[in-house]
Design a protein around this ligand. Sequence first.
Ligand code: BV8
Length: 267
Amino acid sequence: MSNDLRSFHQHLISSRKVLAILGAGLSASSGLSTFRGAGGLWKKYDAVDLATPEAFELDPSLVWQFYSARRKAALAAVPHRGHKALAKFSERWGNRFLTLTQNVDGLSERACHPRDGIVHLHGDLFTLKCTNFNCRYKESGNFREPLTPALANASMDDNVGVERIPESQLPHCPQCNTLLRPGVVWFGESLPYDAIFRADEYISAGDVDLVLVVGTSATVWPAAGYIEEVAQRGGKVAVFNIDESTKWPDGWFFQGDSAEWLPKALE
Ligand code: BV8
């Protein structure tokens, strides 16, 4: 693995197509918790345990407070120079660059990343979906805070306790009055078909000479599988991570804050 920017830039400018796979570490410098490691806990709960249909079924009050706290934190966060460097790179490269983000915080959009250049593999915090299978109500771009008065105290702060909120005071569907859920992909749920199609189509068309792996532990599938797919087709891998254990056997490893490395690598 190399962290030589010159050889990286030579490969970058000669690449026919580039892919980026973004994870929670990209937003860490905007103050948002990651999923694993130190950031992986919300109060005494493991984020992975809360990001499941079973957790929501069992305790929608707890899960809605988890997501409301994250909505609030994401709305208060500011995109950093790394988010902006990716957005500008996407503007310059057009359809020769595709961003696959695992992040649900909306910071890439707020950094003005071109909408047709980014795919949300795991949905986003500001989309709401009805839990009534027959209703199919779905609302995007809902930045209302709090979603209901009962959720006003939801917080990432460990010192703020979890309340027992009656289901009637959680968000409900305006069409059929059934409980709404966050429009994210939970563990055990399939990724959105259009996201999978877009990613597969871009990679299987060939010519992806470089994949940028930014701030992700690459432990969540099928997102992590796209890295392998590009490498198996001959593409080079450039990892941007603070953790050396995420190194890839071949390519580049830029150890440190992606907010610092991305502007140097892409501008
Ligand atoms: C599915 C939304 C099947 C919710 C999330 C093999 C194949 C297929 C599936 C599986 C498989 N093996 C296991 C599975 C099941 C599962 C899975 O992958 N489990 C893992 C835990 C092993 N996958 C699924 O369930 C997926 N669904 O496969 O469905 C199916 C098919 C048909 C029909 C039905 C079902 C769905 C997975 C999606 C889950 N939802 N998010 C929410 O946000 O609440 S995933 C969640 O983890 C986030 O999206 C997050 O982004 C993502 C990945 O984590 P990371 O982003 O990598 O974050 P993490 O904290 O792990 O790491 C942060 C990194 O940043 C670290 O490396 C750190 O060092 C670094 N870092 C920190 N600071 C910085 C930094 N780097 C740079 N700069 C910094 N400053």
